[in-house]
Design a protein around this ligand. Structure first.
Ligand code: GLU
Length: 290
């Protein structure tokens, strides 16, 4: 991909307002894109109306704007992309790389991830029952290079790990949609939290199944709260205070191992971002969560 212009993105799921951990991820992906004279996109991954809300989307987009993180193209919404996900599923089904599966989680657990109904062999007869569609992984020990964490080795186990790509409730799943959109938007470099590290080998197989080359990945350590839990919406991480964007950005830079001068947080947001682009040191990002 040496000659392809850099294209990065920040892709939050709108399950709550932006918190400090997601600001750190957004900022890292923004700075990587800027330092590479690339484009930076924002994509709202609103695939699950039961867990997500339009208020959260508005609040995330508002927070990004307050922090000067303005994307280079109109924001994309996955809720408007169902046709593309269905096309990908149709292609995978007709290529025999996806299959219908009516097994319950309980059944799969009892059978150690194997499908009692032999769904992968197409022997499950869904009839009128609810079924999910799963991607059929290949057994593989996947070696790949993370731009920050270095050489990675991930074991992919066919059948046991097969991800759902269309849920029984009829919602398209993250694992498929993220790949379909990253391909469609020409994303060359994914910068995201290391909580998604384990998904990467599976996603590489989905890229290849859809006839695309996987991008570069850079996983940044997740920010932990005082109890050592990931700062996340599920753990009730507090929303960012949008009235303090300068202080938030300076703290996010410090969390990324950068050394902003003490008076930087007195500056307008634009100056902070300009400083951060000039002084960005990817190697300074801490390798472990904190
Ligand atoms: N939407 C995912 C999340 O909020 C991130 C997707 C990605 O960066 O690959 O956790």
């Amino acid at each position: 991909m040496a000659d392809t212009p850099y294209r990065g993105r920040f892709a939050p799921s709108p399950t709550g307002p932006l918190h400090f951990g997601s600001l750190v991820t957004a900022l890292a992906s923004y700075l990587e894109a800027r330092v590479h004279q690339g484009q930076w996109l924002v994509r709202i991954e609103d695939l699950d109306p039961l867990r997500e809300s339009p208020e959260a989307t508005d609040s995330i987009l508002h927070s990004l704007r307050c922090h000067g993180l303005i994307p280079d193209a109109p924001v994309r919404f996955q809720s408007r992309r169902h046709g593309a996900y269905q096309n990908a599923i149709d292609q995978l089904l007709s290529d025999g790389i996806a299959y219908r599966c009516a097994c319950s989680r309980k059944q799969l657990k009892e059978h150690h991830g194997r499908h009692p109904e032999h769904c992968r062999q197409g022997q499950s007869a869904p009839g009128n029952r609810l079924f999910a569609i799963r991607f059929a992984l290949q057994d593989e020990i996947c070696h790949w290079q993370d731009e920050l964490l270095g050489a990675q080795t991930q074991q992919v186990t066919a059948e046991v790990d097969d991800p759902v790509i269309l849920r029984k409730e009829g919602f398209y799943a993250y694992q498929l949609a993220v790949v379909v959109d990253d391909i469609d938007q020409g994303i060359t470099d994914v910068v995201r939290g290391s909580d998604l590290l384990d998904m990467t080998a599976q996603q590489q197989q989905i890229y290849r199944a859809l006839g695309a080359t996987p991008p570069n990945w850079l996983h940044i350590p997740v920010i932990l709260n005082e109890d050592g839990q990931k700062l996340s919406k599920q753990n009730h991480a507090p929303a960012l205070d949008d009235r303090q964007p300068a202080g938030n950005l300076a703290a996010a830079l410090a969390a990324l191992g950068q050394k902003p001068p003490a008076n930087l947080s007195q500056q307008p947001v634009e100056n902070i971002l300009a400083w951060a682009i000039r002084h960005w040191q990817r190697e300074a990002i801490p390798l472990t969560s904190r």
